[in-house]
Design a protein around this ligand. Structure first.
Ligand SMILES: [Zn+2]
Length: 249
């Protein structure tokens, strides 16, 4: 009888221990996404300024956003003052924790000069508000690095959808940037998939962007490429999130 009693106590102990372990697991962090919340996990949903007001009005307490002008959608020669005014209000919102996606794109039809003007304006705002940036960069790596340098930007920049060489990755890390990975990790021969295992764990993020993957699938792929335990990867990326975004949430 006593031994049965002890056994029950022992089992309850194990159950509690397992429950605690479960609760202690770090949330998944999706650093750049284009759709709704992922309850229990962290997701930074990207908004364009013209849709931001409505989304922010409806936002739950734990919803997180980035807001910014994407270089593809600069369809007129921007009057910077007006553009900045329309970005100010959503950018100041407490649930908006990053500026972006913003950046430079050599494949986009948008004139280069317009892209640069809008990118520079957003960098100034990011510095002024103390909010990091989510960067969109297509075939303009050196230009983005030079801009960061010229503007003396001190906020962390997260290079979303990174797919460059190790040498390039090194340049961005040295400049104080973070690298975020998503669908390219699934392409066996992509640069991203090839360099990923050698990158410093404390400078990486993962994302779903708009490619239909779930963040869990991206984590599973990343853990396999890194030869890392899933829980360890969750903890690592959660720590990176806290490093870049402070205590929020
Ligand atoms: Zn995106």
């Amino acid at each position: 009888m006593v031994s049965l009693f002890l056994e029950i106590i022992f089992c309850m102990g194990i159950a509690n221990f397992a429950k605690n372990l479960l609760l202690l697991k770090a949330p998944f962090v999706d650093i750049h996404a284009h759709n709704g919340d992922d309850p229990g996990n962290i997701r930074i949903r990207n908004l364009f300024p013209d849709q931001a007001g409505e989304a922010l009005d409806r936002a739950g307490e734990n919803s997180l956003f980035s807001v910014g002008f994407h270089p593809w959608y600069i369809t007129e020669n921007p009057v910077l003052e007006d553009w900045e005014n329309s970005l100010q209000e959503p950018a100041n919102h407490i649930n908006v924790i990053a500026i972006g996606e913003a950046g430079l794109d050599k494949v986009a039809k948008t004139p280069w000069e317009w892209q640069e003007k809008v990118f520079n304006m957003q960098i100034s705002l990011s510095e002024k508000l103390g909010k990091p940036m989510i960067i969109h960069c297509v075939k303009a790596w050196q230009e983005v690095l030079k801009t960061r340098n010229d503007q003396n930007a001190a906020q962390p920049w997260i290079m979303h959808g990174f797919n460059g060489s190790m040498e390039l990755a090194g340049q961005f890390l040295e400049a104080g940037c973070y690298l975020s990975f998503g669908e390219f990790l699934f392409r066996e021969n992509s640069k991203a998939a090839r360099i990923f295992s050698d990158l410093a764990n404390e400078r990486i993020f993962l994302e779903t962007d708009d490619n239909g993957l779930t963040i869990k699938e991206v984590y599973a792929r990343a853990a396999r490429l890194k030869g890392m335990d899933m829980d360890e990867l969750r903890e690592t990326i959660y720590q990176n999130f806290k490093t870049v975004f402070g205590k929020k949430p």
